[in-house]
Design a binder for this molecule. Structure first.
Ligand SMILES: *Cc1c(COP(=O)(O)O)cnc(C)c1O
Length: 357
């Protein structure tokens, strides 16, 4: 079987050495030394001012909404993973969908303003598959209407815009370090911000609002990352360049060998380079996609229909907004396997399953 995502397992002896350290200190969680080391290294690697490591990417989003004290409506994209919408609803915020651009697959910035109402408190775009949004336009709109901006940057590990981290845009950006993501800590995530006060607030909220052994200064939750997860992150970070090179290699082969008369690729932001977090391909129709998916499965390949369904169709939302572009893209897009462990033979199997379609 060739799965679409495969957790990257770094050098085992290195991980064991970290586990020995954890056993020696008997410090398993609560701002441990490995967590602090990982925060420091990620801050430097990504080129960001504040990074707060948390239990997962969904918590990172929820902490962002809480820290920014969002209320009412939040403008977001229907073309994303379920968590983008469900975290809003979980925090009693109303997702207001704005359709996507058919080429970048990101929220269509030129449609945002018409969806702003007196109830709108923020914009929550997603850098879909790591592709930077129209960050400058979104910044202008937010400023003009006094709105907060949170980027769900779960896919944008290492993505740059005009030469620096795309995570520096918006009031807050969030990452997911789930096992299937480009960089992972088994389960984990991060909140990124340039604002000192916001960083302090999020850090407090991550640990029950406890500011000192005798003081509880705000409402909070338990969103902490533990030392075993931080250790995994340190090991994966040591090997991240190989991981990225391996993924790039797979993507280049797909691009060279897949039939472009049958498929289209995502158009990447011209001020950025693909981080190869995913390998999405767009078919001409859902019928073609389903045929290819069946062929792939028959040959032992497990692709995923990322993202399907379009979130504006979720029944629990009772939304009457129809995002036609997102629905159309969602019905025709397939993410192919992209991980450093794929052999040339595996790639041929994937390509041939689509070509013989
Ligand atoms: C993975 C993902 C999340 C959720 O992250 P978890 O760490 O799994 O909670 C949120 N948004 C997007 C776009 C994702 O892909």
């Amino acid at each position: 079987m060739i799965p679409v995502t495969k957790a990257y397992l770094p050098n085992k002896d290195k991980y064991k050495a970290y586990v020995d350290r954890i056993y020696e200190s008997a410090w398993l969680t609560n701002n441990g030394s490995l967590l602090q080391e990982l925060e420091q290294r990620l801050k430097e690697y990504l080129g960001v001012k504040h990074i707060i490591l948390v239990a997962n990417g969904s918590f990172a989003l929820q902490l962002a909404y809480k820290a920014l004290e969002l209320k009412g409506e939040v403008i977001t994209t229907p073309f994303s993973f379920a968590a983008t919408t469900s975290t809003l609803v979980w925090e009693d915020l109303k997702p207001v969908f704005v359709d996507i651009d058919p080429n970048s697959f990101n929220i269509n910035a030129s449609l945002i303003e018409e969806s702003i109402t007196p109830e709108t408190s923020a914009i929550l775009p997603v850098h879909v598959f790591g592709n930077p949004c129209d960050v400058e336009r979104i910044q202008q709109i937010a400023k003009a209407h006094n709105l907060k901006v949170i980027y769900d940057a779960a896919h944008a590990f290492g993505s740059e815009y005009k030469g620096s981290s795309v995570l520096n845009y918006g009031d807050i950006s969030t990452l997911s370090f789930h096992a299937t993501k480009l960089f992972h800590t088994i389960e984990g995530g991060a909140v990124i911000t340039n604002d000192d006060e916001l960083a302090k607030k999020v850090r407090l909220m991550t640990n029950f609002g406890i500011s000192s052994p005798t003081e509880i200064s705000s409402v909070g939750t338990n969103a902490k990352m533990n030392e075993f997860e931080a250790a995994m992150g340190l090991c994966v970070l040591d090997e991240i360049e190989e991981v990225k090179a391996g993924r790039q290699n797979v993507w280049q082969k797909y691009q060279a060998e897949l039939p472009t008369e049958q498929l289209t690729f995502q158009s990447w932001n011209e001020h950025s380079q693909n981080n190869h977090a995913y390998a999405p391909v767009l078919f001409g129709s859902e019928v073609e996609l389903l045929k290819a998916e069946a062929n792939l499965k028959e040959n032992g390949v497990l692709p995923r229909r990322y993202f399907y369904p379009s979130l504006d169709t979720l029944e629990y939302l009772n939304s009457n907004k129809v995002c036609a572009v997102s629905r159309s893209i969602a019905s025709k897009i397939l993410c192919l396997p992209i991980h450093p462990g794929l052999s040339g033979e595996d790639i041929n199997i994937v390509v041939n399953s689509i070509v013989t379609n």
